[in-house]
Ligand binder design. Structure first.
Ligand code: RIB
Ligand code: CA
Length: 311
C-alpha cells in the first residue's frame, strides 16, 4: 500500500537522503516538500530543496518555504555540520522550476484538503512549521494520518549534552506537536547513531554510474568529515533523517517501543530535552512509537539500490 507524505525538512545532507528515498521507492507518494529554518537559514534550506528536486528530475513536486525563525528562540543554524550552503560538498544544479506562491503551512493545508485520505507528515528538521500549521488549521488535524519525525533522544544529545539539534532549535514547537494527540513515530539519536554509513560504503555509492549517485557520494564525503572527531566514537556518519522514510517502507527493519515522550522547555541546562517515559513512570499516554534499533546493512543497501534507479 502506498503511503502519501509531505516532507517538511531543512536540507541538510541527511534530509537530502530522506527526500531521495521518498522519490525512488513506490511505497511512498511524495505529495509536497516544505522547508524549515534549521541546518541553514530559511532561504538556503528552501533553495537546497529546490536544487535537490532539480538534480533528481522531480520538478513536479510542489515546494514552499516556511518559518523564518523558531517560535520563541532566535534561530541557530548548523553550518559547522552542513557547510555554508547547507549542502556543501557537491556541485548541485540551480533550481529550474518555481517555488509555490504559498507559505509552507498554506501548502500543507492545500495538500491535505486535496487528499481524499489522511496524509503522513514526515518532519526531518525543527518542528516550527508543523506547530504553526496546527495552530492555524486545527480543523485539518484529522487529515494527518501520523507524524514521523527525526528528533530528540533518550539520554543523549548532539547539540547540548541532553538535547538533539532539531528539538534544540525549537523546543516550544516540538512540545505543541508532541501534545497534539496525533499518532507519532520518533527516530531519536538512539537509532540514528546506529544508522551509520561507512567511508567504504560511500565509496561504493561513488561507483554507481549516474550523476545523482555521484552527487550524493560527494555530499556524504563532506557530511562524514564532521563525524570523524574521536569524541563521537563513530565508525562512519550517522544518517539521521532517512531513518524516517526507511521506517515507512520497511518497519520490520526496526526495533521499537511505545512510550510517552514530551519536551522540557524551561530547563536552564535541558531546554529541548525529549523526556522519554521508557519505564511508564508518569502514567501519561503512550503517544509515541520510538525507534530504537535498525538493520543497518539493509538500510545502507536500500540507499544504494535507490540511487541506482537514477539513469
Ligand atoms: O540532529 C540531527 C538532525 O539535525 C538531522 O535532522 C540533521 O539534518 C539536523 O537537522
Ligand atoms: Ca534535518
Amino acid at each position: 500500500m502506498t503511503t502519501k507524505i509531505i516532507l517538511d525538512c531543512d536540507p541538510g545532507h541527511d534530509d537530502a537522503l530522506a527526500m531521495m528515498l521518498a522519490l525512488t521507492n513506490p511505497e511512498i507518494e511524495l505529495l509536497a516538500v516544505t522547508t524549515s529554518a534549521g541546518n541553514q537559514t530559511p532561504e538556503k534550506t528552501l533553495n537546497n530543496a529546490m536544487r535537490l528536486l532539480t538534480l533528481m528530475h522531480h520538478q513536479e513536486i510542489p515546494v514552499a518555504g516556511g518559518n523564518r525563525t523558531p517560535l520563541l528562540k532566535p534561530l541557530e543554524t548548523a553550518g559547522n555540520v552542513h557547510g555554508k550552503s547547507g549542502l556543501d560538498g557537491a556541485d548541485l544544479p540551480d533550481p529550474d522550476f518555481a517555488v509555490q506562491p504559498l507559505t509552507a503551512i498554506e501548502l500543507i493545508a492545500q495538500t491535505l484538503r486535496e487528499s481524499t485520505t489522511p496524509v503522513t507528515l514526515v518532519v526531518t528538521g525543527p518542528m516550527t512549521n508543523i506547530a504553526l500549521f496546527l495552530r492555524v488549521y486545527p480543523e485539518l488535524k484529522t487529515k494527518i494520518a501520523q507524524i514521523v519525525y527525526m528528533g530528540g533522544a533518550m539520554g543523549l544529545g548532539n547539540w547540548t549534552p541532553s538535547v538533539e539539534f532539531n528539538i534544540y532549535v525549537d523546543p516550544e514547537a516540538a512540545k505543541i506537536v508532541m501534545n497534539a494527540g496525533i499518532p507519532l513515530v520518533m527516530a531519536p539519536l538512539n537509532v540514528t547513531h546506529k544508522a551509520q554509513i561507512l567511508k567504504s560504503e560511500i565509496a561504493e555509492i561513488g561507483q554507481i554510474d549516474n550523476p545523482v549517485a555521484h552527487a550524493f557520494a560527494d555530499l556524504l564525503n563532506f557530511f562524514e568529515r564532521y563525524h570523524e572527531a574521536p569524541k563521537w566514537g563513530f565508525k562512519g556518519a550517522p544518517l539521521h533523517d532517512p531513518c524516517t522514510i526507511t521506517w515507512l517502507i520497511h518497519p520490520e527493519w526496526f526495533k521499537t517501543e511505545r512510550m510517552n515522550v514530551d519536551v522540557e522547555t524551561a530547563g536552564e541546562l535541558t531546554r529541548g530535552e525529549t523526556v522519554c517515559d521508557y519505564y511508564e513512570l508518569t502514567g501519561k499516554p503512550k503517544n509515541t512509537e520510538v525507534l530504537l534499533d535498525i538493520d543497518r546493512a539493509a538500510f545502507i543497501q536500500l540507499i544504494k539500490d535507490s540511487l541506482k534507479t537514477f539513469g
